[in-house]
Write a protein of this length. Sequence first.
Length: 276
Amino acid sequence: MTTEIERPKAGLGRRQRARLNLGIQYAVLVVAVVVVAFVADWGSIGRAFFNVEVAQAQFPDVITTALLNTLVYTAVGFAFGLGLAIVLALMKMSPVAPYRWIATGYIELFRGLPALLVFIAFGYGVPIAFGLKFNNLSTVMLSLGLVGAAYMAETIRAGIQAVPRGQVEAARSLGMSPSRTMVTVVLPQAFRIILPPLTNELILLTKDSSLIYLLGLSVDQYELAKFGRGALNQYQSLTPILIAGLCYLIITIPLSRVSDLLERKFGGVRTKGDTK
């Protein structure tokens, strides 16, 4: 009399488990889409987000005023911040200890403060405390620039340090002064390295420019967030907010693509100050 020994069934292989998991994920996605399609009130969603009459009323002012002002506010803040960031980066690399202390203190301070608080300080605090009144363009330039400089300074410093030491030694051997070496040899090479993170900083400043809504703005000074908020109150529809968001994407998506292209071409540096 013989007894058959039952062999254990083989489990699913790695590829089979991967396919099963993938199938489950697709099934969950399909079920979620079907549920949303049947449960959502598409009529209300359409009226709230895609009101054609409200959308038409936003043009051309959303482009000629709001989008243009957003670009201007971002540009002046970035230009001021970049100039200050170069000075801070050089100070932090200086052999003079007090310069390093000042630069380090500034960077840590403004990286730790929210941009919103800086806008409030220059928009309301400084005028009250010192009697100094800034116009809105100066306020946004100072607020965005001071905060952005703290992040860009660390990026620039890392870019300068990434330039091969041999480049500096070769320039000095040709009789160049330290300042001329920095301006003509080191900084141009450093900027090739740091262009991608600087582009990302420009995107962040574009979005932070919306904080100017805290200030009292005339209609011709509205940027995208303030313009969308005003139209939201006027029309009781989310369509203006959607249009304002699309306008931000018109700015930020091309900048993101440019950043990706620059990173593939030149490479980049990452520092702990690259993210807020």
